[in-house]
Design a protein around this ligand. Sequence first.
Ligand SMILES: NC(=O)C1=CN([C@@H]2O[C@H](COP(=O)(O)OP(=O)(O)OC[C@H]3O[C@@H](n4cnc5c(N)ncnc54)[C@H](OP(=O)(O)O)[C@@H]3O)[C@@H](O)[C@H]2O)[C@@H](O)CC1
Ligand SMILES: [K+]
Length: 467
Amino acid sequence: MRPILTAAAMRAVERRVIDAGTPSLELMERAGASAAVAAWRFGLPREVNILCGTGNNGGDGYVVARHLAERGHDVRVIAAAPLRSADARAMSARWAGPVLAYGEAKPAAGFIDALFGIGLDRPLEVGDVAELQRLGANARTRIAIDLPSGVGSDDGALFGVPFVFDLTVTFGANKPAHIIEPARSCCGRVVVADIGLGAIDSKTRCNAPPRLRAAVADVHKYERGSVIVIAGPAGAGGAARLAARAALRAGAGLATLACQPLALPENAARLDAVMLRVTPDVAALARVLTDRRIGAVVIGPGLGQDAAAKAKLAAVLASEVATVCDADAFTLCAGEPEALRNAAVLTPHEGEFVRMFGNLPGSRIDRALAAAARAGTVVVLKGPDTVIAAPDGRAVVNTHASPALATAGSGDVLAGIIAGLLAQGMAPFDAACAGVWIHGDAGLRGGTGLIAEDLPELLPAVLQGLA
Ligand SMILES: NC(=O)C1=CN([C@@H]2O[C@H](COP(=O)(O)OP(=O)(O)OC[C@H]3O[C@@H](n4cnc5c(N)ncnc54)[C@H](OP(=O)(O)O)[C@@H]3O)[C@@H](O)[C@H]2O)[C@@H](O)CC1
Ligand SMILES: [K+]
C-alpha cells in the first residue's frame, strides 16, 4: 500500500536524505526535472506561464521552467518576491528566461502553479488568488507542483483554490490532500515522482486490492465461515437481509438472519440461501451466539433503537464473536463509543461518527485515528475517501469507490462484506480494508443506476478479479 505523508513527515524524510549526503538543491533539481517530464508527457501546450512563490515550491517552479524551455516550450515565470528560500534563489539564478511581476504576463494555454506546496498554512492572500485566477482560470492545461496552491496538505481543506487542476505532480509520496476531500477533487490526476528519497515508511497508506486466500478444494461450508446478522422488528428487515446476502457473496459458507417470531414471515418470504433463526428473546440470542462455528456477527442495520434493540446489542457485545457494528448500533451508543469496545469493526458514516465521537479536530484521518484509539477498535469512517483506522495508529484511505455507492442500503452491504471476511479468518483491520476495497470495486462495476441489491450480485466478479 502506497504511503501517505503529512507535511511534517515529508520534511523528516527530506531531512534524513539530506543528512545522508544528498544536498537539498539536488532534491529540488530532481523534483523540478521530474515535474517537467510529467507535464510534458501530459501534453502541456507550448506556451506556459509558471507562477513561482517565494519558498521551495517556487524553487521547484524555476527548475520546471528551465527543463520545459530546454524541451522547446515558450516559458514565462511570474514571480512572487522576494525569494525567501536559498535554494529557490539558486534555482532562479539558473533560469535565464523571462521573469515577470504579478499582473504583467498575458494568460497562456499552459499554466503551472508553483506558488505554495506543503508550506501553506493559512488562507491565500487576495493578490495571490487574483493572479492564480487571472493566469489559470482560462488556461487549457493546469498543472500543480506538489499541491494545488490553496489546499491544506494535511487536512485536505480548501484555503481558496480558485479552480480545479488537470494534473498534480508530487514528490516521493502522496500527501493527505491528494487523497482526502475536498482537496482531492482539486488535484486532477496525481503523479508521484520518484526523486530518490529511498523507501518511505508510513502508518498511513492508500488502500490497495486485497490478497485473498486461495480457495481450498476440500472444504466444508462451516470452514468457509459462518455469519449471523441480527435483524430488527417486523417490516424493517431489508437492511439485515442485504448484509447477510453480502456476507455470503463475500465468501462466507453460511449466513443466518436472527429475527423475532413476528418478523419471521417477512424474512422467510425473502430469503433462500440465507438461513433464518428465530430468537424470541435476548436469552435465545445469547445462546445462539455461543455456537463456536459462528465467525462473525453484524448488528445495527435495521436493528431499531428501542429497549429490545439495546438488549440485543448488549448480548452481542458480551459474546465472543467478532462483531461488525453499523447504523442503529451507533445511535444506541451515541456519545459513549467505549460501549462498543468489544466490537471488531465499527462502520459509521460522517453523521453517525459525529454522533458517536463528537466534533474531533483535524483531518478525516486524524479523526478516524482518534476515534479508533478511543473506542479501542477498528473504525471505518465512510465517505468518498473512506478512512480505516486501527487503535495501534495504522490508517488506510480508500478512494477506489464510486459516487454510485451513495445509495440506500450500500452501508449494510459493506458491513456484511466485512463480516464475511472476518468469518473467513481475516484480522479486523485487514477485513475492513479489504471489505472497503471490494465494496468500492463493486460500486465502480455497477456505476450509474446501481442500487444496494445489485452490490452482492457484483461480488463474484470482483472476487474472481482478485483471485
Ligand atoms: N519535501 C521534499 O522532499 C521536497 C520538497 N520540495 C518542495 O518544497 C516545498 C515546500 O517548500 P517550503 O517549505 O518552502 O514551503 P512553500 O509551500 O514553498 O511555502 C513557502 C512559505 O510561504 C509562507 N506561507 C504559507 N502560507 C502562506 C499564505 N497563505 N500566504 C503567504 N505566505 C504563506 C510560509 O512561510 P511563513 O510566511 O509562514 O514564514 C511558507 O513557508 C514542497 O511543497 C515541494 O514543492 C522540493 O523542492 C524538494 C523535495
Ligand atoms: K503548488
